[in-house]
Design a protein around this ligand. Structure first.
Ligand code: PLP
Length: 318
């Protein structure tokens, strides 16, 4: 069954989140655990995974404030740009994407989608893009825009703002209330770290574990800590920093083989940037600890955060 987010309301979104299936995984690659995957890749075919959660409160606030344009920024394979463009088309917002780098002769499949969804793309040089956190960056890019009026709503790269965190907190709460078993751990892939931190703050009895998909030193953990302390109380989480396979969008032979093996064995499609690194990291952890744990079948939840549109970029990265 294909699921669509059809209406912009908190009630409709919450219902959609509560109806996301949990899929049990049995595979010798994950010994000694009771393993489940929460299929947030299914929340919508084009407003994918965790990006839908980061957008919901942004869209609701933009609408409540009467702003009809959403402006955001990202790279040529950003799942967030893709989701924002799709959500804008679905719910009646104009969208503007400030994109890092020169406009290429041929747009990535992802940017072609974004344009097809009606997003206006404004390309800025990499040097200018580095100033994206400074005041004036958006206004300056928007001077070149045809649609960007004064009263736009700006969503930072990756959906990393307070409204984004609020949506992911909601996800944590929904997991706590709808999980088929009480999970001991909930594993999630990390780019900015917002999803890890905000999830940790939304979960009550489950520990959040993040797998960094890029080599970003301390910054992912710092950002996750910031978002984890937004809740009523700051939550503990764990971040695995050494399973990025060479960096963002990079891969290794072991990872490619693993992803193929997983997709063959279980009814699950993964992307190479986020979710395959997540499953790989857990399999690796279990290989090194399974002897100790055989007697206690820990219940672990893996978050399928979506990102499948990015599979089309597999030959263009690495
Ligand atoms: C963006 C993204 C993430 C990372 O989320 P952060 O909050 O930036 O850490 C994980 N998985 C997928 C599929 C994504 O698109």
């Amino acid at each position: 069954m294909i699921r669509y987010l059809t209406e912009l309301s908190l009630k409709a979104f919450d219902d959609a989140a509560r109806n996301i299936p949990y899929q049990q995984i049995q595979s010798e690659l994950f010994p000694g655990v009771d393993l489940w995957v929460r299929r947030d890749d299914l929340i919508d075919p084009v407003i994918s995974g965790n990006k839908a959660y980061k957008l919901i409160y942004n869209l609701l606030q933009a609408r409540d404030e009467g702003r009809n344009t959403i402006v955001t920024c990202g790279g040529a394979w950003s799942n967030h740009i893709h989701a924002t463009a799709a959500a804008g088309q679905r719910f009646g917002f104009k969208t503007v994407g400030i994109i890092r780098g020169q406009r290429p002769p041929e747009l990535s499949a992802m940017l072609q989608d974004a344009e097809r969804f009606g997003m206006e793309l404004l390309f800025v040089t990499r040097a200018d893009y580095r100033r994206r956190h400074e005041p004036g960056f958006v206004a300056s890019a928007c001077r070149r825009s045809k649609v960007c009026a004064e009263d736009y709503w700006f969503v930072p790269e990756g959906g990393a703002n307070r409204q984004g965190a609020q949506g992911v907190q909601l996800l944590g709460k929904v997991i706590q209330e709808t999980g088929p078993v009480p999970f001991e751990e909930c594993w999630v892939p990390c780019g900015t770290g917002l999803t890890l931190g905000a999830l940790a703050s939304g979960l009550e009895t489950t520990k959040a574990v993040g797998v960094a998909v890029l080599n970003a030193g301390q910054s992912i953990g710092e950002s996750a800590s910031k978002w984890a302390s937004l809740g009523r109380q700051s939550r503990e989480f764990e971040l695995i920093g050494d399973c990025h396979h060479g960096g963002y969008g990079k891969s290794s032979e072991a990872l490619v083989t693993f992803q193929e093996q997983m997709e063959r064995q279980v009814n699950l499609v993964l992307d190479h940037v986020y979710t395959s690194k997540l499953l790989y990291a857990l399999a690796q952890r279990l290989r090194s600890t399974s002897l100790l744990q055989e007697s206690c079948q820990k219940a672990i939840l893996l978050m399928h955060t979506g990102g499948l549109q990015g599979r089309r970029g597999v030959t263009k990265t690495g």
